[in-house]
Design a protein around this ligand. Structure first.
Ligand code: HEC
Length: 427
């Protein structure tokens, strides 16, 4: 595996801190235990798929480490896992393979369901796997200090206030172009920092990295809730930060019900040594079509389509759908040159506006020059959409959350025709 770009993921987190998960995920179709117990059957699932967020000092309503903590939530846990709203992962499990996929197998869901239906027993304490040694919430994840830390100006988030989306811009102080080895976002107050986008912004006469409607800014990192890892590139792979780039954050603050918080979010960046030339430079592109985004009032299934043709052989690292309240589903397809049928690469069939994970392919997808990438977005502007702010409005493209977007973010890098041929021969 040449490339490691990691995102939300207990498994990766565990691997890097030197502990291994108590058990691998059982497959769909494995037998469901007749009398599941907490210690033997349920705790391993929680360690693998839940505790990364449900532990003390996190932004979640409750920790799920011990039987005492879990028992009062048993019914709610059953309901959330059966609805597949926990853990937050919204891609169809049968399409594509993803790194750090925390989603539960049918067997795991049935095990939790049966355990709850049979009274949620504790079981034998000796059956329990050892507790996971979770790292402190505010440590730089990759075990070394970053070379550059940019810190946002303080923002006070009063209780029960409206959501805000400040976009502070900071200088980097770089005196030359540098290649990024890893980048991690560290919220000051993770209870109120809902998500953070990190952009490199450059002046308008430079070539736009993401071409499209986003203008001259390149997405460097995107931190959804539950991502403590950030992006780390294996040797040879890198992202470029240019000397004159400024760092712009797009912060989304979601106020707490009770307490006021003052947040300063930091972005830590580790560079390769000066003068280092990577083999592959990773770029991010917004595949979107603002002109096709016409959402009539009340429409439950407004479709819009965007296309992007790969000019060279390419490896696709990840896909991340971005829409607002009315986002419903998004697919990514590839149409190879001369191909007659599109190949479905990812199907985010249950998009949730408040969770926007990045779907990182287990192995980067290899596609020939001339492949057309096709993003299809679906929006639900009906009254049945519980988060719809106004079903009577005609909605189009815009920055405000009451407007809409239809972006499929792609992370990718180009390879040569020779490398493409070699990868094809391996398959
Ligand atoms: C990426 C972080 C994350 C992961 C992983 C995660 N959760 Fe959650 N969970 C949250 C957050 C944030 C909330 C509160 C907001 C909400 O309800 O969506 C929540 C809410 C819940 C609730 C509802 C609590 C309430 O107040 O009613 C339950 C139950 C739950 N999670 C169970 C689980 C279980 C079981 C797993 C693993 C199978 C899991 N979660 C994995 C972040 C996470």
């Amino acid at each position: 595996m040449p490339l490691s770009k990691v995102s939300v993921g207990a498994i990766v987190l565990l691997a890097s801190v030197g502990v291994s998960p108590a058990s691998a995920a059982p497959n769909d179709g494995d037998a469901v235990p007749e009398h599941p117990t907490f210690t033997r059957d349920v705790l391993p699932i929680l360690q693998r798929a839940c505790q990364v967020c449900h532990r003390p000092d996190m932004f979640t309503p409750m920790p799920l480490l011990t039987y005492e903590e879990v028992r009062p939530w048993a019914r709610s846990i059953k309901q959330r896992v059966e609805a597949r709203t926990m853990p937050p992962w919204f891609a169809d499990r049968t399409v594509g393979r993803y790194r750090d996929d925390p989603s539960l197998s049918d067997t795991e869901i049935a095990t939790i369901g049966r355990w709850v239906d049979r009274g949620a027993p504790r079981g034998n304490p000796a059956d329990a796997p050892p507790p996971v040694a979770w790292p402190a919430v505010d440590t730089w994840y990759h075990g070394e200090e970053p070379d550059l830390v940019v810190t946002s100006p303080p923002v006070v988030v009063p209780p029960n206030s409206t959501e805000t989306y400040p976009e502070p811009e900071m200088e980097t102080g770089l005196t030359e172009d540098r290649y990024i080895k890893w980048i991690q976002v560290m919220p000051g107050e993770s209870r109120v920092v809902h998500h953070v986008l990190v952009y490199a912004v450059r002046d308008a006469d430079d070539e736009a990295a993401d071409g499209g409607p986003q203008g001259v800014r390149e997405l460097l990192a995107n931190r959804a809730r539950g991502d403590f890892v950030g992006d780390r590139f294996e040797d040879g792979y890198a992202r470029l930060l240019r000397r004159d780039d400024r760092i712009r954050l797009q912060l989304h603050y979601l106020p707490d019900d009770e307490r006021s918080f003052s947040d300063r979010t930091r972005v830590g960046i580790k560079f390769y040594p000066p003068g280092y030339e990577p083999d592959y430079v990773v770029t991010t592109r917004a595949v979107s079509n603002r002109h096709d985004l016409i959402i009539p009032p009340g429409e439950a299934n407004a479709r819009s389509d965007a296309y992007f043709t790969l000019s060279e052989p390419t490896r696709i690292i990840s896909f991340q759908p971005h829409m607002h309240y009315r986002g419903k589903a998004m697919t990514l397809e590839a149409i190879r040159p001369g191909g007659t049928r599109p190949e479905l690469l990812t199907d985010v069939d249950r998009f949730a506006w408040d969770w926007q994970p990045t779907y990182v392919y287990e192995t980067p997808l290899t596609l020939p020059a001339g492949t057309v990438m096709h993003v299809t977005a679906y929006h639900d502007n009906s009254a049945a959409n519980r988060v719809n702010p106004d079903p009577t409005a005609a909605v189009g493209w815009g920055q405000r959350t009451i407007d809409e977007m239809n972006i499929g973010w792609l992370d990718y890098f180009h390879i040569s025709e020779e490398e493409y041929a070699a990868l094809q021969a391996e398959e």
